[in-house]
Design a protein around this ligand. Structure first.
Ligand code: ANZ
Ligand code: ZN
Length: 801
């Protein structure tokens, strides 16, 4: 054979696929469909990273295999192109973000193209395209009209460096997810989306989908359902009360003090009666500088101020108890006030120890509660608890809730950790929010006919220090008329977060050019739900949750036909540098995929990224590993030199062929790309050892390898003169019966001593078995044979004299 020249081959086949529109999904809705999806990238200025091809190749394998199995496959790609890095780059280099985006998209597309993915490029979407974001705005208006988008004065997470408000999900360990700068709290008027209305549905829907376990667990924890009660504590001497949320109403007799969060409104309300208001104000200022994350850290030293001037009454025993202010109680959860039960809650216990507050055991079963809180809920009986004494925790919970409800002192209550989604960004490069504010009519939706509301061109994209979007400076654009009363009104100048466009992009792929609807009902009906969606673990509580929320809302509004958008969700591990550390410019360990494609070829890169290790775990890059995969492909190429006639599998290879078809087929479905490739490598070794491969064997081998290494397999197929293209072939099938080994190795003994081993068909008769056995031990058969024993599948013994 001629040498393997990846450069020529890969360009050639990419062109053939493009010209033939080989991977276009058809609108023939009578065929069985398969929708494979990977998270569309943010087209950054750095171009493709070697992390990108890992998930893209994995689902490309699935998509190619499904096509060969006769499915109408949709495997689309697009651009999540609004966002901060582009805007920051635009500011720095004084280029319009539109142009920056177009350049980055062009580069990304070339790079993806060079990897030979079977994307249906006719369905490409771009979130910054007005024809696309028209529908993002349309969905927003639907949410607004349903009361699920509202404006609220909120203390938000404010990144001091990006000068932008962040959602809780975008703050990681107290710093900005994007730039790593400290995040402080700032009160601003924000658009919010009421994802909390869907908390229960988002939780329950997880029962109906096939997501990997760690994704389910992480979404469940983020939604954070807890069941307990709200309980009213009277303020002594007032016709007023403080309401707390507790998951342990059973411990009410052990509540020895209360704590309100520094932002709790009761502090303002009673400021004239509170004698130490100065100390409290000082404490409030300290707390404002901390993030919720810092404040709720378990390990942190507890701080607080006791309110001097008012106190509360425990409703179960009438005892007066002090009220403290402490930052470990958050205003954003429950009611912003708690009853403290130091004997059974660790944070309360630490606080009580520090400030010498009484600790009363109400659940027996632990050690000494003066030494350590006893927090177990599964064991223990109530003590020091009046009418609850002697009950188990679960019984006591029920009884006290009944008692509270009867006395009108409280009610059973379910809470969720999930917070509403902060939907405003004070930046330029995002979808304009299609709302105007009129002094008379309040917030008014733009009529649908005015969508898309396009981003106007501005002089400066710089965010302002006072936290206003650059759009606010465009008075011509801002000043408008009210669609409701025709009077003067102002446009909203905040834009949407990057998570908006990605919350529904998978719908648009089904019908990307539709001008009448986000997609036609027929297209949605046919293609949804997405059959397999792979994406990063880091998106579990952001994009994945947000898009499920929008989808459920659209389902309730009969825009989409199914309650869950994604039937199956998997997640890949990261690709790290050779040193096992994250790839980054500063570490100087970034591998450029273009260089790998140039030096070794796209097929090598694809094979390597799938062979690098278990798909769901992180893996370190290795140039030697890349070379190993290149050598494998070269050996596949050279099989051409030992090709012999024969459309069938040769008899000695039959079992192995069927086994390999089975293994590769199953492994591709189960994220075990690495072991599928290992099986193909083992099969290749067998052919090399044997020194020949039949046409039938080679064809099957090429079909199995094609989803991983599509270019080289098409080229060999073509060179060998096989009919059509590989991508048009049918996926090989295996015969289960033929996957089981039908030969067996048994020992050959002479006079009771093992002298050799012979491989025999399991059902070999005595004559055949002995003939073969004698060949194996021929040189040791020196005497006269007097007896021959054959125990099928077990042993052969020849007795000689
Ligand atoms: C009394 C009590 C006794 C509590 C006990 C726990 C154990 P989850 O399960 O996460 O929902 N809590 C309520 N609101 C809070 C707030 N805004 N900031 C900080 N803590 C708050 O937690 C609910 C428990 O966290 C509640 O139950 C309350 O403490 C505390 F042995 O009430 B508990
Ligand atoms: Zn008006």
């Amino acid at each position: 054979s001629v040498p393997y020249n990846h450069k020529v081959i890969e360009k050639k086949w990419q062109k053939v696929w493009d010209d033939n529109k080989a991977f276009a999904a058809t609108d023939d809705y009578s065929k069985p469909k398969y929708y494979a999806l990977v998270e569309f990238p943010y087209p950054s200025g750095q171009g493709l990273h070697v992390g990108h091809p890992r998930p893209y190749t994995a689902l490309d394998i699935v998509a190619r295999k499904r096509r060969m199995q006769g499915y109408n496959v949709l495997y689309p790609m697009g651009w999540d192109a609004f966002g901060l890095p582009t805007e920051n780059y635009a500011i720095k280099n004084k280029i319009h973000p539109k142009i920056v985006t177009a350049n980055n998209v062009k580069r990304f597309k070339e790079q993806l193209h060079s990897l030979g993915y079977s994307f249906d490029w006719d369905r490409e979407v771009n979130t910054t395209d007005p024809e696309y974001y028209k529908w993002t705005q349309w969905i927003f208006l639907k949410l607004f009209k349903a009361g699920l988008a509202y404006k609220s004065e909120m203390p938000i997470n404010w990144c001091t460096s990006c000068k932008v408000g962040l959602a809780n999900e975008e703050v990681v360990n107290g710093v900005c997810e994007r730039c790593g700068s400290p995040v402080v709290r700032k009160v601003k008027s924000q658009w919010m989306l009421k994802i909390t209305d869907y908390a229960e549905k988002l939780l329950e829907g997880l029962n109906d989908v096939d997501y990997i376990e760690r994704v389910k667990v992480s979404q469940k924890n983020w939604i954070g359902k807890s069941q307990g009660a709200e309980v009213d504590f009277a303020i002594a001497g007032k016709e007023d009360k403080l309401t707390v949320y507790t998951t342990r109403p059973d411990t009410l007799f052990g509540a020895t003090y209360m704590v309100v969060s520094p932002e709790h409104p009761a502090l303002e309300k009673y400021k004239d009666e509170i004698k130490n208001m100065d100390a409290i104000r000082e404490y409030q200022e300290q707390a404002a500088r901390k993030s919720d994350f810092e404040r709720s850290e378990l390990a942190k030293d507890k701080t607080g101020v006791q309110i001097d001037g008012i106190c509360a009454v425990n409703p179960v025993n009438g005892k007066e108890i002090p009220i403290w202010v402490s930052d470990y109680v958050l205003m954003s959860y429950g009611t912003g006030a708690i009853m403290a039960v130091p004997a059974h809650d660790t944070r309360d216990w630490e606080f009580a120890k520090k400030f010498n507050l009484p600790i009363i055991e109400v659940v027996a079963g632990g050690e000494n509660v003066q030494e350590e809180a006893f927090t177990d809920v599964a064991t223990g009986k109530m003590v020091n608890s009046g009418f609850l004494d002697g009950l188990e925790v679960a019984e006591a919970k029920k009884k006290i809730i009944d008692w509270l409800e009867e006395k009108k002192l409280g009610t059973g209550k379910t809470n969720y950790k999930l917070r509403d989604w902060v939907f405003s960004r004070q930046r330029y490069w995002g979808e304009p929010i299609p709302i105007v504010h009129c002094d008379k009519c309040g917030y008014v939706a733009l009529p649908e006919s005015e969508l898309p509301l396009e981003l106007p061109d501005v002089e400066s994209y710089m965010p302002t220090d006072n936290g206003e979007s650059p759009l606010a400076a465009m008075t011509d654009w801002v000043n408008t008329t009210c669609p409701c009363c025709g009077g003067p009104a102002k446009r909203e100048t905040d834009t949407m977060p990057q998570w908006a466009g990605s919350s529904w992009y998978f719908l648009r792929y089904t019908d990307p050019k539709n001008t009448e609807a986000l997609a036609s009902p027929e297209a949605l009906n046919y293609w949804l739900p997405v059959d397999w969606y792979n994406g990063g673990m880091e998106h579990t509580t952001l994009h994945l949750l947000y898009s499920r929320f929008w989808h459920k809302f659209l389902y309730d509004n009969k825009v989409v036909p199914c309650p869950e958008p994604y039937q199956k969700r998997t997640s890949h591990g990261m690709i790290l540098g050779e040193n096992g550390e994250k790839m980054s410019k500063s570490r100087g360990n970034v591998v450029n995929p273009d260089e790998i494609v140039n030096d070794y070829g796209a097929d090598t890169l694809r094979t390597y990224e799938m062979f690098i290790g278990a798909f769901d775990l992180s893996a370190s890059w290795s140039e030697n590993g890349v070379k190993g995969c290149r050598r494998f492909l070269e050996r596949v190429w050279k099989l051409q030199d030992i090709l012999v006639d024969g459309d069938d599998f040769s008899s000695d290879m039959e079992t192995k062929m069927h086994q390999t078809i089975k293994k590769v087929s199953n492994d591709f479905e189960n994220l075990k790309y690495n072991t599928a490739i290992a099986a193909l490598m083992a099969l290749l070794n067998d052919f090399a050892k044997k020194g020949s491969i039949t046409k039938g064997e080679y064809r099957t081998f090429l079909l199995l390898l094609n989803p991983v290494a599509p270019h080289i397999t098409e080229e060999i197929w073509n060179t060998c003169g096989y009919e059509g293209y590989v991508y048009q072939q049918t996926w090989p099938e295996y015969d289960e019966a033929k996957t089981v080994e039908n030969t067996i190795e048994i020992a050959v003994q002479i006079n009771g001593k093992t002298r050799g081993v012979v491989a025999l068909p399991v059902d070999a008769d005595k004559e055949t078995a002995l003939a073969k056995a004698k060949e194996v031990v021929a040189d040791k058969l020196t005497g006269t044979i007097i007896k021959e024993i054959y125990v099928p599948k077990k042993i052969i013994n020849i007795v000689q004299k």
